[in-house]
Design a protein around this ligand. Structure first.
Ligand SMILES: Nc1ncnc2c1ncn2[C@@H]1O[C@H](COP(=O)(O)OP(=O)(O)O)[C@@H](O)[C@H]1O
Ligand SMILES: [Mg+2]
Length: 310
């Protein structure tokens, strides 16, 4: 065979195997799809959690944790004998070092897990006896990574209040200091990609907060909801959360103690237990964990300000 004939066969052979390679990758995609649909069907077949006793209607009021203990795996205890009261009409704060169990408390209140011991009530009604639909419409959890979907800013905000006027939407955006940025874009018609990945982390948090402020829930849990927001906007948003707490039951989980100094009651969690509780002033006077955390954060913030001025 001539050299050109050989070259021709080598080139053709590569083309010949392309469909075979594609078939292989399609097979891989199909197997992934089947594994995913298996998981979906297994999830759909799970029995619905039964409500013990007669289901009760949601009743707005104080949030109470009474001697709550919890473990994810029945081995390592994450929360032990936690009692706290989140009063309606005043801000209740929960602070503590990372990993001490703050978000676990939030997930128990939202009914995502069952407590191993003790009970959680809202307005005197155990959370476990409130049907999920009622819970969802009266309670709101705002984490550090709330879900925003593909669509316009308006679509996302209307999820919070479907009948809100544009003025109300702008008012909510103003409260979280996102109005100026969106005016520079296409306003309420600005398009968001899936999970709003075309916004910065702080902008995403502010939009999720605006949506939460539009919702007329009775119980709000803010779990590090301003962790990515710049300090100036954070102060404005925290002021809005304080205002909200005048009429609602609000639990604010924050790593930054400066955010909770005006809370009606602050609970300090340490390794799954409430180690201190009181107002900012009383906790500082007590010394101990809160004072140490406060001093360490103040030093860091002063250092940060010094650095910024330098
Ligand atoms: N879904 C989970 N499954 C198992 N362990 C978890 C889960 N979520 C959190 N934990 C563990 O529970 C402890 C408390 O976590 P978390 O409540 O998220 O703390 P915090 O919010 O205070 O940082 C940690 O040790 C963490 O590893
Ligand atoms: Mg957390």
């Amino acid at each position: 065979m001539s050299l050109s004939g050989c070259l021709f066969i080598v080139l053709i052979a590569a083309d010949f195997f392309i469909p075979m390679r594609q078939l292989g990758s399609f097979f891989h995609i199909a197997m992934n799809g089947m594994a995913a649909s298996d998981k979906i069907f297994r999830l759909l077949e799970l029995p619905k959690a039964k409500i013990e006793g007669t289901p009760e209607r949601f009743c707005a009021g104080d949030l109470c944790l009474e001697h709550v203990s919890f473990s994810y795996d029945k081995e390592r205890i994450v929360l032990q004998d936690v009692s706290l009261q989140g009063k309606k009409n005043q801000l209740t704060a929960l602070v503590g070092e990372s990993g001490c169990g703050k978000s676990t408390i939030a997930s128990l209140v939202m009914g995502q897990h069952r407590v191993s011991d003790g009970r959680i009530t809202i307005g005197g009604v155990p959370v476990s006896q409130i049907p999920e639909k009622e819970r969802m419409s009266h309670m709101m959890y705002i984490g550090h990574d709330s879900y925003l979907f593909k669509g316009t800013v308006r679509d996302n905000l209307l999820m919070g209040k479907p009948d809100a006027s544009d003025e109300e939407l702008w008012e909510a955006l103003r409260k979280v200091r996102l109005d100026a940025f969106l005016q520079g874009e296409k306003g309420l018609s600005s398009e968001l990609t899936e999970k709003a990945s075309n916004l910065s982390g702080g902008q995403r948090q502010r939009l999720a907060l605006a949506r939460a402020l539009l919702c007329d829930s009775d119980v709000y849990i803010f779990d590090e909801a301003t962790s990515n927001v710049d300090a100036e906007s954070e102060d404005a948003i925290i002021a809005q959360i304080y205002e909200l707490s005048e009429t609602k039951t609000v639990l604010m989980i924050s790593h930054r103690l400066a955010n909770v100094t005006k809370a009606g009651r602050i609970y300090v969690l340490g390794q799954g237990r409430i180690v201190q509780s009181g107002t900012h002033e009383s906790l500082l006077a007590e010394g101990s964990v809160y004072q140490k955390l406060w001093n360490a954060q103040q030093e860091l913030e002063q250092y940060g300000k010094g650095g910024a001025q330098a």
